[in-house]
Design a protein around this ligand. Structure first.
Ligand code: G1P
Length: 272
């Protein structure tokens, strides 16, 4: 089973900071944002993390490549803790596929179709950080309890945020678990079927990958993952797991990124 991390976006909301530096490499406390996401994928039941990259973001790949000279230099200077950190991140089991055109999240995910084959797969959006790595295992449990169903993480949203997310319609079947009947990408508040928005973590069946291959562009002219999720509901079950807002941190806007840095820094200090 693979964990897919789409990372080919332009980072428009962070310009000019992301003019020459990928948004995935922006610092969050002590690591680039994407390192949290890779570590979360590696801590899950996935056997490999696949970054769906763009060809001009090689710096992401450099971050996850071995740097023996730097490690040696740090050790020679007695900086073993830094050497260990550099060595560890250079040895993560990460591979890459490329999205050559920015045609949307659904298109990005489909670029990894050959990697996932006929297995279920996770999708982890890089805008959301889960430092305790606890959401994917909880989603897997819900999936296993429902015969291997599709599961997505959802979060209750204030009204002014609803039109930024994929919004579900469904019924609650147990504490924190919703059976999804439909999902719509970025609806206007008055059209939204609920205030539960998908929050960047997905456990999906291979059928979703097949549907993505045939999808027409949706909202914003992009091939939307949300549209494939809505389509698969005609054939398969899907559940929404409501996550605790203190488990997932949005870094998708400058404001959220700053807030996440503050909260995670305080948390790190409290734990050390
Ligand atoms: C994407 C998805 C959306 C989801 C959101 C979560 O939107 O299309 O369904 O709710 O991520 O962060 P984006 O933030 O890329 O516009």
């Amino acid at each position: 089973m693979k964990a897919l991390i789409p990372a080919a976006g332009l980072g428009t909301r962070f310009l000019p900071a992301t003019k020459s530096q990928p948004k995935e490499m922006l610092l969050v406390v002590d690591r680039p944002a994407i390192q949290y996401v890779v570590e979360e994928g590696l801590a899950s039941s996935a056997d490999e993390v696949v970054i769906i990259n763009s060809r001009d973001k090689k710096v992401i790949e450099e971050h996850f490549s071995p740097s023996p000279e730097l490690v040696e230099l740090l050790r020679a200077r007695g900086k073993d803790a830094y050497a260990d950190a550099v060595e560890r991140v250079g040895n993560y089991n990460v591979s890459y596929v490329y999205q050559d055109e920015a045609l949307g999240l659904g298109h990005a995910v489909h670029c990894a179709a050959e990697k996932t084959g006929d297995e279920p797969f996770y999708v982890l959006l890089g805008d959301v950080l889960v430092p305790d790595n606890n959401i994917l295992p909880a989603m897997k449990e819900v999936s296993d309890a429902h015969g291997g169903a599709n599961v997505i993480a959802v979060i209750p949203l204030p009204d002014d945020q609803v039109s930024r997310y994929g919004i579900i319609d469904g019924t609650q079947v147990s504490e924190g678990v919703w059976k999804i009947e439909s999902i719509v990408e970025k609806p206007a508040l008055e059209d939204a079927p609920s205030n539960l928005g998908s929050f960047g973590r997905y456990l999906l069946s291979p059928r979703v990958m097949e549907i993505l291959a045939t999808l027409e562009p949706g909202v914003g002219g992009e091939i939307q993952l949300t549209d494939a999720l809505d389509a698969v509901l005609a054939e398969e079950e899907m559940y929404g797991l409501v996550i605790d807002p203190t488990d997932g941190f949005d870094t998708g806007t400058v404001e959220c990124w700053l807030e996440t840095n503050n909260v995670l820094y305080e948390r790190m200090k409290a734990r050390s």
